[in-house]
Write a protein that binds this ligand. Structure first.
Ligand code: ADP
Ligand code: MG
Length: 591
């Protein structure tokens, strides 16, 4: 019920247009009935009574009726499709805006494919509902009413009989319609899995080849393909039944009515014109009646799509400004984590973390993967909110400040570099799109990116997508470092910003990062311990708890977890020691 109301509210601005369309539909209904009505004078006056005047005005009237009908049909069609498209465009825009403001947790809960389907497919279903179903609801109802008028006007007794037989003739067709819809749904699903399969094997063609699985994949594909074929044939068989059955039933009905009507004509109590006008109107009722009986399920599909769309629109972002949030000023003192705990759904990932980071300090986080490093730094820009304790910047709980002022202070470079399909220039200037050319170039130089950018086909105007995969991981990384550098935020978060690079590009990126860290409060997560050596402080995070904290030298001399991690990596990275047999790490740590 609520959904209907909300759809009406959405359509409110379209009411004048809809009223105009409804007038057109009424005219369509009226002229359809008029055509049936004209059968009587045509038959009785021209063919039976041979009136010459009728010979002129009736064909003229037929032309006018069809002209008017055509014009009205054109009008309502354009108007209804305008309304449908307008509602859809508005809905899509609201939907898109609401998806954009959601918190990160929303995107982990809703897969990309589902969201895209909401914005594109579900919204299209609404369009079809408006332009087809709502049109049919009004146009076919008007037409039916006008035709029923003609039928009763011509012969009310015969009309009463026909009205009782009519539903019986419609019913089998309705049943077939339902069956066809059911197989159509199955066809859609199979088509979907065929698409998935296709996408997967084309995208993964290298893996398919590497494992020699071409014939296996062909078999998988064929299985679905054949299933689709069988469904389509089944659909055709049911659908094809519809017309012959309809004709047979109609023939049956026509024969019965012809017998009764003919009897009246023979007895002279009615004219052939009256009878055929009646019959024409009755036959014309068939199509609109059939459409109206199928309407309910179509509208239900639209309502289901609307419900799904509204549920996304109604999702309130988990993380949003509190009513009296204040503006956070640039950091001058510290970032503090006070007894911070955090859990995704049920599993606790951070447990009672206490940490005090002075403004301007560089703090490195190390530890085994899955220890909670990324989770910890994600709490600072409020990608997630703490589930226990608090994060304070200069003494302000970050949940009490505006998100905009918080985000403005933080620059982030992550392991997964994401570049938009736009020019290199716009990718660098992403946070401040109107910035000057000089600043972009200066930033790119500081990020050690200027050199390779100048070697791109169109320099800063090169569009990323046009390059395909031609940018190396290190180059992409340096562009995203330039992006963070340009933002010039006082707090910097580097989450494994160099982990996927080879040593040479890592050195370039490392130099870029050192430029980036100058004078900023930095939280850095690095896979390679050599890169965190110069941090002011190193925090070792294991299973969501801080197990050690101190400078590189302190931690090495303590011979604890950091020392152990360090030993392990040292061995991995040094090929000479690697070739020699090694005692197990625990033995070495004790030594
Ligand atoms: P690290 O960065 O130290 O490797 P993370 O902070 O990424 O560790 O992950 C810590 C733990 O939280 C892991 O066990 C991981 O599986 C889990 N985790 C990470 N992200 C999510 C998420 N979005 N939903 C649920 N669990 C997550
Ligand atoms: Mg991580």
């Amino acid at each position: 019920m609520d959904v209907y109301k909300r759809l009406l509210i959405l359509a409110k601005s379209q009411i004048p247009r809809f009223l105009l369309a409804a007038v057109c539909m009424a005219i369509v209904g009226g002229s359809t009935a008029a055509a049936a009505f004209l059968v009587k004078p045509a038959l009785d006056d021209i063919f039976l009574n041979r009136k010459e005047t009728s010979l002129y005005w009736i064909p003229a009237a037929v032309i006018i009726v069809y002209l008017v009908k055509g014009a009205a049909n054109y009008g309502q069609h354009v108007l209804m499709n305008y309304i449908g498209n307008r509602i859809v465009a508005d809905l899509r825009s609201v939907l898109y805006r609401n998806i954009q403001i959601q918190s990160l947790s929303f995107f982990t809960k809703n897969p990309t494919g589902t969201l895209i389907s909401r914005v594109l497919n579900d919204v299209s279903v609404i369009y079809i509902t408006v332009s087809n179903s709502v049109t049919s609801l009004f146009k076919d109802t008007f037409t039916l009413i006008a035709l029923i008028g003609v039928v009763f006007y011509r012969d009310w007794k015969l009309a009463l009989i026909a009205m009782t037989i009519f539903p019986l003739a419609i019913y089998p067709i309705v049943l077939i319609g339902r069956k066809v819809r059911k197989t159509s749904t199955k066809t859609q699903i199979t088509m979907g899995s065929l698409t998935d399969l296709l996408q997967e094997t084309i995208a993964g063609s290298r893996i398919v080849k590497a494992f020699g699985m071409e014939s296996y994949e062909a078999m998988r594909f064929n299985k679905e393909n054949e299933r689709l074929f069988r469904l389509l044939i089944k659909n055709v068989m049911t659908k094809s039944l519809s017309t012959p059955l309809m004709e047979f039933l109609a023939g049956f009905g026509v024969a019965a009515i012809m017998f009764y009507g003919g009897f009246q004509v023979v007895r002279g109590s009615t004219t052939p014109g009256t009878f055929f006008s009646f019959l024409t109107a009755l036959l014309m009722m068939y199509e609109p009646a059939k459409r109206l009986t199928n309407l309910n399920s179509e509208i239900q599909q639209g309502i289901a799509a609307a419900t799904r769309i509204f549920s996304v629109i109604d999702t309130v972002p988990e993380i949003r400004n509190r009513p009296n949030a204040v503006t956070l000023k640039p950091i001058t003192q510290s970032i503090e984590l006070c007894d911070v705990s955090f859990a995704y759904e049920a599993t606790r990932v951070l447990k009672h973390i206490n940490l005090h980071i002075r403004a301007g300090e560089i703090v490195a986080f190390v530890g085994t993967s899955g220890g909670g490093k990324t989770t910890l730094v994600n709490l600072i820009p409020r990608f997630y909110d703490v589930t226990g304790g608090a994060v304070l910047i200069d003494g302000h709980d970050i949940r009490d400040v505006t998100l905009e002022s918080l985000i403005a202070q933080i620059g982030i470079v992550t392991q997964q570099t994401f570049l938009f399909n736009d020019t290199v220039r716009n990718n660098i200037a992403y946070g401040d799109i109107d910035t000057s050319e000089e600043r972009i170039i200066a930033t790119a130089k500081a990020a050690h990116a200027h050199g390779f950018i100048m070697n791109l086909p169109k320099g800063y105007d090169t569009v990323i997508g046009e390059l395909g995969v031609k940018l190396s991981g290190g180059e992409r990384q340096r562009i995203s470092i330039a992006r963070a550098l340009l933002k010039n935020a006082p707090i910097l978060i580097l989450d494994e910003a160099t982990s996927s690079l080879d040593t040479e590009s890592e050195m370039e990126v490392q130099a870029a990062l050192e430029n980036l860290m100058k004078g900023r409060t930095t939280l850095v997560i690095a896979h390679r311990l050599s890169t965190v050596r110069h941090a002011d402080r190193i925090v070792v995070l294991m299973k969501g708890e801080i197990v050690e904290e101190g400078s590189h030298e302190d931690l090495i001399s303590q011979q604890g977890e950091y020392f152990r991690l360090h030993q392990m990596q040292f061995r991995e990275e040094d090929p000479e020691t690697q070739s020699e047999p090694q005692p197990p790490p625990s033995a070495e740590a004790q030594a």
